[in-house]
Design a protein around this ligand. Structure first.
Ligand code: ATP
Length: 248
């Protein structure tokens, strides 16, 4: 479904992604684990194409020079350099780090904003699905985003991403700062999204442990480089990985 090869991203002379190659197959969940500053968000911006926008904005404002190298193929097509809006239309949707919901808009409005790529029928069907997936949001329909808890905001962020009709959902640190109970709810929902909607998912996290049970394959990022990869079992059997990323 998606295959990235030799991705390098420089912020001026600082190398944030160093020759990263990764792939995500149809209906797979792929994990990308790494500490703060390992390059997880840079990777997600690069895959979703948002890096192209950031790059342009920096160029126009005379800011830092951002260089992106490498190839991204999606459904057999070379999408490297393609605008994020075009990638979104092809089904690559980012659910960004730190939720980024519209704080002044209520839950329903946030979901409607997400539906910009959906037909009215898809929007209606997906909205019903989001409330089935996250029943906690039902009684909060009219509440503005800024007054939701962190976990509720994350549910809304995932819901909003689903409204855009993803075929490949990129989730950047969805569990960040949330309680173990909320993390379990979100992990269960992620598994359900894959099973019911047949959506492929790439998910980044600092800690692998809560996510590991649902991933088919995972990569470990260190200082911008993919230092290790393997399926769930291979990673669990690796002593270094266990100690560093799984807290075991
Ligand atoms: P976190 O968990 O803190 O979000 P991350 O793994 O997502 O970390 P990135 O945000 O991708 O990491 O950052 C990778 C490296 O690139 C870091 O050293 C960061 O300071 C640097 N970086 C990120 N954005 C920029 C930028 N716009 N300009 C310069 N350096 C940047």
């Amino acid at each position: 479904m998606l295959e990235a090869t030799g991705l390098m991203v420089f912020y001026e002379n600082m190398l944030a992604l160093n020759n990263v190659s990764l792939s995500c197959g149809e209906n797979q969940i792929v994990g990308v684990f790494g500490a703060n500053s390992a390059g997880k968000s840079t990777l997600m911006y690069t895959l979703s194409g948002i890096m192209e926008d950031i790059k342009k904005k920096e160029e126009m404002s005379g800011g830092e020079r951002i260089t992106v190298v490498g190839k991204i193929h999606y459904q057999g097509e070379d999408i490297s350099g393609m605008k994020p809006s075009q990638r979104a239309r092809k089904g690559i949707i980012l659910c960004p780090e730190r939720r980024r919901i519209f704080r002044e808009s209520n839950v329903i409005e946030n979901l409607r904003i997400g539906a910009y790529l959906a037909t009215p029928a898809q929007a209606k069907e997906t909205m019903a699905y989001v409330f089935r997936l996250f029943p906690a949001l039902v009684r909060l329909k009219k509440r503005v985003g800024g007054f939701l808890s962190g976990g509720e905001q994350q549910m809304l962020a995932i819901g909003r991403a689903l409204m855009a009709q993803p075929r490949l959902l990129l989730m950047d640190e969805p569990l960040l700062g949330l309680s173990p109970l909320m993390q379990a709810i979100l992990i269960r929902a992620t598994r359900e999204i894959r099973a019911e909607k047949k959506i492929s998912i790439i998910v980044t996290e600092q800690y692998a442990r809560p996510v590991l049970p649902i991933v088919d394959y995972a990569f470990i990022l260190e200082n911008g480089a993919a230092v290790l990869e393997g399926d769930r079992k291979e990673l669990l059997n690796n002593q270094d990985v266990k100690a560093a990323y799984f807290g075991m």
